[in-house]
Design a protein around this ligand. Structure first.
Ligand code: VG1
Ligand code: CO
Length: 633
């Protein structure tokens, strides 16, 4: 087939945020909107694109397959010689990173809006990752944005027909050049990497209850991309019972759920582990509904229920559940509150017996870990516990740990571990792209963010399933429950109490005004040194600023990364606006405070005075019109 040059004109606002370009699906459906952005990504790599190999895949949400098809055609039109595409367009974000590195490709295009809801009325996203496997740095995303403002043409091969539902190699003759598309199994390469990193047989023995220790897990894919990974790794590879996984079929609308593994949106998992008998729980972004096995012999009331739901959606007049591979006519998906409510009810009614729960977000890079009785592990603590327990993992035993890092709003629990181990610790702005240079330079091994992100230099993205396996390896080696592991850690290191308040989808203008006004307040002369009080507690301001960061490797500078107030006792208030939303503004308020010995308190009680100070100082309720946050973590 032949190359066609299509005339186009720029769209405003194609500016990647914290993690790629994220907009409503309907925005991406505008004529040439997606094509413009993809062509701009390739143009930003000018010179390197011709003859290159790229990776393409996404989290299974609505529009992924259509956009994969567009990308295949545009890559063919731009002289790319080979594409590695996940089967049915499915690749988790960490798997893309793994595949880029393993096959030394020029980079990859990740189709995800992560934890943002999916379906025709919700979000879609496109992100470019570089040859190191990590999200493009600011310099590259700024260049891509600049190109989108000037674009006048894109190149495509409209006549190229390339199905992606079966693995295998397809070759095309594009005006005399061979263009190869290799449709690959989404899990194979990732699983191979996990086998190198972990002692999987030891984790398998724990999950199968060998050695006399009963240990039940519940792993929740939240209908996002991790479903096939969870099924393959936890059930097939590790031999956990089939009842150990839930919501493992990627749905285009995530079943109408919000695939964000936190206490609010993974409430089902939390309830199930709380009421049941699990010793570990983890959640990942994206919804994992166990539809895959139905029709099979899975004696799980959930599956029965799910089957009914599917039938109801199929035969009825619902806009929800659109999302099985190939079922394009369920488009227009959006959650039906009754079905959602009923699903939770069913989950709650179902009892269990779990020691561990894990859930992941839509694209599989986030994780939530809970223990028996749904004992919640804050991501900041999770990072610290894993860093302290790294010796349990063969990968770190053989390579050592060069350094630790966390994003600025993340509580400083990992810093205490670094101190104990004599390791450097880096504090970077929010967003995984800031860890990459340090890893490439061999200065950073394990890092994390308070937003349910944990990772290491095995790839250049945060990695949900890896984090759950890391936890299981630590638990298998240590012999303690999740809760006792944490308590032991706090006894040794003290505890950084942490909470985050999210105010989602507020009006943008007043939030911008609030941030400006707060910045003025905290940078005014005399603010440092002043004493702020609430509920009888007094805190003296040691310093306050708008966080900026200079990359220690390439000396690039990132400005205005969040307002922070640091008190003399080390407590902190941080406030920033989200860079991943697709409409309106989301305000994030982060609070942390260190206690050396009083480690068993309730975080909300302990941090209440600092929350009050933050709300008074910023006047947030007035600016946002919100009396309470959307999500408290
Ligand atoms: C959020 C989190 C940040 C994370 C980013 C991408 O960004 O706070 O820590 O790196 O999402 O994660 P923001 O700008 O909305 O606060 V994901 O799983 O959405 O790729
Ligand atoms: Co994600």
């Amino acid at each position: 087939p032949g190359i066609v040059t299509v005339n186009t004109s720029p769209y405003e606002g194609q500016k990647p945020g914290t993690s790629g370009l994220r907009k409503k699906v309907k925005v991406f459906l505008q004529e040439n909107y997606t094509e413009n952005f993809v062509q701009s990504i390739l143009d930003a790599n000018k010179g390197a694109v011709a003859g290159s190999t790229l990776v393409v895949g996404g989290d299974g949400r609505y529009l992924v397959k259509e956009v994969v098809d567009k990308i295949i055609k545009i890559c063919a039109g731009n002289g790319v010689s080979r594409l590695l595409v996940g089967q049915n367009g499915i690749l988790s974000t960490p798997a893309v990173s793994c595949i880029i590195r393993k096959y030394k490709t020029l980079g990859g295009i990740v189709l995800t809006a992560s934890h943002n809801p999916g379906g025709i009325d919700n979000d879609f996203g496109i992100k470019f990752n570089c040859a190191n496997g990590g999200p493009a740095p600011d310099a590259t995303t700024n260049q891509i944005h600049a190109l989108t403002t000037q674009i006048s043409q894109y190149k495509t091969v409209p006549g190229l027909v390339c199905p992606i539902d079966k693995c295998g190699v397809q070759k095309f003759d594009v005006e005399g050049q061979t263009f190869t598309v290799e449709v690959i199994d989404p899990v194979d390469d990732y699983l191979a990497l996990m086998r190198e990193i972990f002692d999987l047989p030891a984790i398998g023995r724990l999950l199968r209850g060998e050695g006399g220790r009963k240990f039940n897990v519940l792993i929740d894919g939240m209908n996002g991309v991790t479903g096939p990974y969870i099924q393959r790794i936890f059930v097939q590879e590790l031999g956990a019972p089939a009842t150990s996984v839930r919501r493992v079929t990627p749905l285009e609308d995530f079943g109408g759920a919000h695939p964000d593994p936190n206490l609010t949106y993974a409430a089902e998992l939390v309830e199930e582990v709380r009421s049941g008998d699990y010793d570990f729980g983890a959640a990942f972004d994206g919804d994992v509904t166990p539809l895959e096995d139905f029709g099979g012999a899975h004696p799980d009331p959930n599956l029965t229920y799910a089957a009914e739901l599917v039938e109801e959606v199929r035969s009825g007049d619902y806009d929800f559940g659109a999302a099985f591979d190939g079922d394009e006519d369920f488009g227009g998906a959006h959650p039906d509150p009754n079905l959602t409510y009923a699903a939770e009810l069913v989950e709650e009614v179902r009892g269990g017996d779990y020691d561990f729960g894990a859930a992941f977000d839509g694209d599989g890079d986030r994780n939530m870990i809970i223990g028996r009785n749904a004992f919640f592990v804050t991501p900041s603590d999770s990072l610290a516990v894993l860093a302290a327990g790294a010796a349990a993992v063969p990968y770190f035993r053989s390579r050592g740990v060069a350094g630790l890092a966390r994003s600025m709003p993340t509580a400083a629990a990992a810093d205490r571990v670094a101190k104990e181990l004599g390791l450097p610790v880096f504090e970077v702005p929010t967003g995984w792209k800031y860890f990459g240079n340090l890893m490439d330079a061999g200065r950073l091994s394990i890092c994390g963010e308070e937003s349910f992100g944990t990772g290491s230099d095995h790839v250049r993205e945060k990695d949900g399933i890896w984090a759950a396996l890391f936890w299981l390896q630590v638990l298998a080696a240590g012999g303690l429950s999740v809760e006792d592991t944490l308590k032991e850690h706090w006894r040794k290191f003290g505890r950084n109490y942490f909470t985050r308040y999210d105010y989602e989808e507020c009006a943008s203008a007043p939030c911008a005004e609030m941030m400006l006004s707060l910045e003025r307040t905290i940078t005014a002369p005399g603010f440092a040194g002043s004493v702020l009080t609430a509920q009888g507690k007094a805190y003296t301001v040691a310093a306050a600023d708008d966080f900026s960061y200079m990359d220690p490797v390439d000396h690039s500078v990132a400005m205005k990364q969040g307002l922070r107030i640091i008190f003399t006792d080390g407590s902190r208030i941080v406030m920033r606006l989200s860079g991943t939303g697709s409409s309106g503004a989301t305000v994030r308020l982060y609070i942390d405070s260190y206690e050396p010995t009083d480690v068993l308190g309730d975080a909300q009680d302990m941090l209440r005075p600092l929350v009050d100070i933050a709300l008074q100082l910023s006047d947030l309720p007035r600016y946002t019109g919100r009396a309470a946050p959307t999500v408290i973590t």
